[in-house]
Design a protein around this ligand. Structure first.
Ligand code: SF4
Length: 417
């Protein structure tokens, strides 16, 4: 059980979209961002609802122009999750977003740093009880307008101690920015300190977590394509979360945002930071002992179970019985493959032997039956009814390595066939 750092809780949302709490004792929430233009109202609503269906708790939208903030008035009533407005360089977009009914604002000291403007946004959010995220991200933290300041800050970036330099700038600017909020008696704040550099992400959030009790929005920005971005994101974010740091998460891929939501949720499930929805699937890796098309089967199981099973049933798809029973220990439903066949167990009890072509259907059927029993209170998840008795490798699985090698078996049959 991970002990999480205690933070000052903020909340966003309303009665219609629901209230999402961030920090304190709230579960770690998952965020993502739309990829289309906000002013294209129908496609923006469709994308937000697709993200919500995938499990996003909060969705951010970009509002660089007045036509985007104008669109918010029509978008907000049609979605089912709280929305955050990313206001880019203009504080006016923040004020318009608040007016339109947005649930949270994201401000960036690198983009909006005029004290009067920041104070106007704070006043508008305070009146509507909206939180603000302050993003001191690597990409926008270096001074842009003042050339002397820029030269000085950039100099450090190209020094040998790039990380130390960035950390100093991030924390200094964060402190200066936070002072404006504190002086205006505003504390409904979350903080992000993203970078594409995973080690800087770990260092930045670790340092910030020691200094401030505001909830932290974790992220690795510009993580790249999903194929490599998964590792780039999950390594530092998993590290921080396992250390109890982080209250809300966004994974950032150059891909469909639904992947961001799915992968963030899976990371949180794996760390025990969210209650799993749907099947918890384990399966064999590449292994010379597998005698069925296991990888195709595993993908099919994953896809079909995502649509058909709601409860977090632990399902094991194992390639053989050599290590299978041990590795599937604790699975609610398990299949052990043999030579072009599979034997299915439910909580340790053998329930079916089927040829390879029927494994998927039979496994789904057993999962559905088991789920119905759990829902009816006749069975419990994670309970072992009996110890798994491994099937006979010759008669049942047809893959008895020693006997086959010794030529003791000529033909093999599947039970009941
Ligand atoms: S259970 Fe069998 S097939 Fe799967 S990894 Fe272990 S030895 Fe290989």
């Amino acid at each position: 059980m991970i002990e999480r750092r205690k933070t000052r809780q903020v909340q966003l949302g309303d009665e219609r979209v629901g209230i999402v709490k961030i920090g304190g004792d709230a579960p770690v929430s998952v965020q993502t961002m739309t990829s289309g233009y906000t002013y294209e109202i129908n496609s923006c609503v469709a994308e937000i609802n697709r993200m919500a269906a995938a499990g996003a708790d909060i969705v951010r939208v970009a509002v660089p122009g007045k036509k985007d903030t104008a669109a918010l008035k029509e978008i907000i009533p049609q979605v089912s999750v709280p929305l955050v407005a990313d206001v880019h360089f203009h504080f006016g977009r923040a004020l318009e977003s608040v007016e339109a009914g947005i649930h949270k604002i994201r401000l960036n000291p690198g983009n909006i740093n005029d004290r009067k403007q920041v104070e106007e946004v704070i006043a508008a959010c305070k009146e509507k009880k909206l939180p603000i995220r302050i993003g001191v991200n690597e990409g926008s933290i270096i001074e842009r307008k003042d050339k002397q300041k820029r030269l000085k800050e950039l100099g450090g970036v190209f020094s040998d101690n790039k990380h130390g330099h960035f950390l100093a700038i991030m924390i200094t600017k964060l402190e200066e920015y936070l002072d404006i909020f504190y002086e205006n008696d505003f504390y409904d704040i979350t903080i992000s300190a993203k970078s594409p550099d995973p080690t800087l992400v770990i260092a930045a959030y670790t340092e910030i977590s020691k200094r401030f009790d505001h909830p932290l929005h974790l992220g690795v920005t510009h993580a790249g394509p999903k194929e490599t971005g998964t590792i780039r994101s999950v390594v530092p974010l998993g590290h921080l979360l396992a250390a109890g740091i982080g209250d809300t998460v966004r994974i950032s891929y150059a891909n469909d945002p639904v992947y961001e939501v799915e992968d963030a949720l899976e990371m949180l499930y794996c760390l025990g930071l969210r209650e799993r929805k749907g099947v918890d699937l384990i399966a064999c890796p590449t292994c010379g002992r597998i005698e069925v098309d296991l990888f195709t089967l595993v993908q099919q199981v994953r896809e079909i179970m995502a649509d058909e099973i709601e409860l977090p049933i632990k399902v094991a798809v194992m390639g053989c019985i050599v290590n299978g029973p041990g590795e599937a220990e604790g699975a609610d439903v398990a299949v052990f493959a043999g030579k072009q066949r599979g034997i299915i167990y439910v909580q340790g009890e053998k329930v079916a032997t089927v040829p390879e072509a029927e494994i998927l259907t039979a496994l789904l059927e057993e999962c559905k039956k088991f789920e119905a029993r759990v829902k009816a209170g006749e069975a419990s998840l994670g309970e072992k009814v009996v110890d798994i008795v491994p099937p006979d490798p010759i008669g049942e699985l047809g893959s008895g390595i020693e006997k086959i090698a010794a030529g003791q078996v000529a033909t093999l049959t599947v039970e009941g066939k």
